[in-house]
Design a protein around this ligand. Structure first.
Ligand code: PLP
Length: 473
């Protein structure tokens, strides 16, 4: 293709995008004024656009890519599955690909989790966990256990149930009238502690708040739903060590199920296969999606203990059945990709390489350590958030309308990396397959983009930094 042909193709696609598409989590008025970056291909950890430009995939194509793109083993598994069957249902039928995938998944999940209920997105996995917990109590003689506890700042997907247990005001407030009531306890956000305290003198008072909520509603709580170790979508809010363990113990004391949402943290992202392992916690229900297929195809799973599963068993006429299912649940192509991706963890000993990679990324971001507009760098494994602030001392927030995070990500593109912000937090979530050199390059691009944007803002004066009191997220 000549340059002119390439450009003409890009322009035609851009126009069609602007004419027909409605992008998720996107203010379309702004989108329609911008020339879109159109991904056309990929190569390892790089995305390639319609103009032939290459970018490091700095957020793993929305936190799901693991081994890079076009991985020979996963490609071959999907092609082989295409030669057998692309889709068959799990409603009343079994399938080779879903059986093998469930077996492989349970080789990696914490001991004691034994049953896999497939669906197709993180949100559906959480929706299923909520309904399972609710019905489990009803079936075990505790229909009064119908309430849920979750954290402010939580994100579990965009269906009504998962939004109900979510706690990000910016995303969720508008839908409040549609949601069921959930008791929200303050999140463990040490940089902006909602309780106005600090570690270690606080003795993790935020965990105490969750315990209090469970006490106040004792005997009525079906489950506590949390993201383990890191609340991702609220800006990579990292939990202090011991926090999750305390929540596990509180659930045990109060007979509530613990649902750990590993959709973002699962599959090596925080340094261990699952985040719960770092706290020695076994959830009653665990949700996984995103990285399960290596970032290839939509697949999710709600994984439970035998105890939860067994409560649904009984004679047909007792109607203990879990009446829930999605058409593409356990899709064979997705399952084949997932099995191949999970096997690669063992074959390539992926987890063993992660500490050095996490350290390489941390080193690359070190120049931001004393940057006047960097409030905090939060990192667990290859999950990083850099929180930008107009003033480090006061920890004030940049106004929402400034789109500081967005500006940084736009700046990073010509430098060769795709990033996506969360409000004023610049996120780095690279594929686990990135080499230390590539991680250094990615970190370097983020540092340079942050320097340029914050310098521009500073030159624009304090009016820019003060524009609007809106929260960042
Ligand atoms: N749960 C968590 C912790 C997430 O981070 C996300 C997505 O970012 C979801 C659930 C929703 O996943 P999906 O977008 O696949 O519905």
């Amino acid at each position: 293709m000549t340059e002119a042909e390439r450009l003409a193709r890009h322009q035609r696609l851009a126009e069609a995008d602007h004419r027909h598409l409605w992008h998720p989590f996107t203010q379309m008025a702004g989108w329609l004024e911008e020339d879109p970056l159109i991904v056309d291909a990929a190569d390892g950890v790089h995305l390639v656009d319609t103009l032939g430009r290459r970018y490091l995939d700095g957020v793993s194509s929305l936190w799901c890519n693991v081994h890079g793109h076009r991985v020979p083993e996963i490609d071959a598994a999907v092609r082989a599955q295409l030669d057998r069957v692309a889709h068959s249902t799990l409603l009343g039928l079994a399938s080779t690909a879903s059986i093998e995938c469930a077996e492989e998944l349970l080789r990696h999940t914490p001991p004691g989790l034994t049953r896999v209920f497939f669906s197709d997105a993180g949100a559906t996995a959480v929706e299923i966990a909520i309904k399972m917990a609710f019905q489990h109590h009803a079936l075990t003689g505790h229909p009064e256990r119908r309430e849920f506890v979750a954290l402010t700042g939580g994100y579990h997907g965009d269906t009504i149930g998962s939004v109900s247990v979510g706690g990000i005001d910016l995303f969720h407030r508008i839908f409040k009238p549609l949601l069921f009531e959930v008791h929200h306890a303050p999140q463990p956000y040490c940089f902006r502690c909602p309780l106005g305290k600090s570690l270690p003198s606080c003795a993790m008072a935020c965990a105490g708040e969750v315990e209090k909520v469970l006490e106040v509603h004792a005997g009525k709580v079906a489950a506590l739903v949390v993201e383990p170790l890191v609340q991702g979508a609220d800006g990579m809010i990292t939990q202090p060590p011991g926090y999750l363990k305390r929540l596990r113990e509180a659930c045990d004391r109060h007979g509530a199920l613990l649902v750990c949402d590993e959709v973002a943290t699962g599959f090596g992202r925080t340094g261990t296969m699952f985040a719960v392992e770092q706290e020695g916690v076994r959830p009653d229900i665990m949700t996984v999606a995103k990285g399960i297929t290596g970032g290839y195809l939509p697949l999710a799973a709600t994984v439970t203990t035998e105890e939860v599963f067994r409560s649904f068993l009984g004679p047909f006429e007792e109607k203990r059945t879990f009446f829930h299912g999605h058409t593409y649940a356990g899709n064979p192509l997705a399952c084949a990709a997932a099995t191949a991706s999970m096997r690669l963890f063992t074959e390539r000993d992926v987890l063993a390489g992660l500490p050095a990679k996490a350290a390489a990324l941390a080193r690359a971001l070190e120049p931001l350590g004393d940057h006047p507009n960097v409030g905090e760098i939060r990192q667990r494994g290859l999950m990083v958030g850099v929180e930008l602030v107009p003033d480090r001392a006061s920890r004030a927030e940049y106004g929402y309308g400034l789109r500081v995070g967005h500006q940084v990500c736009q700046e990073a593109r010509p430098l060769g990396a795709i990033l996506r912000p969360l409000g004023n937090v610049v996120v780095l979530m690279p594929p686990l397959a990135m080499t230390e050199a590539e991680l250094a390059e990615l970190g370097g691009i983020a540092v340079e983009a942050i320097r340029r944007v914050t310098a521009r803002l500073a030159a624009g004066g304090s009016a820019a930094a003060a524009s609007g009191p809106a929260p960042a997220r």
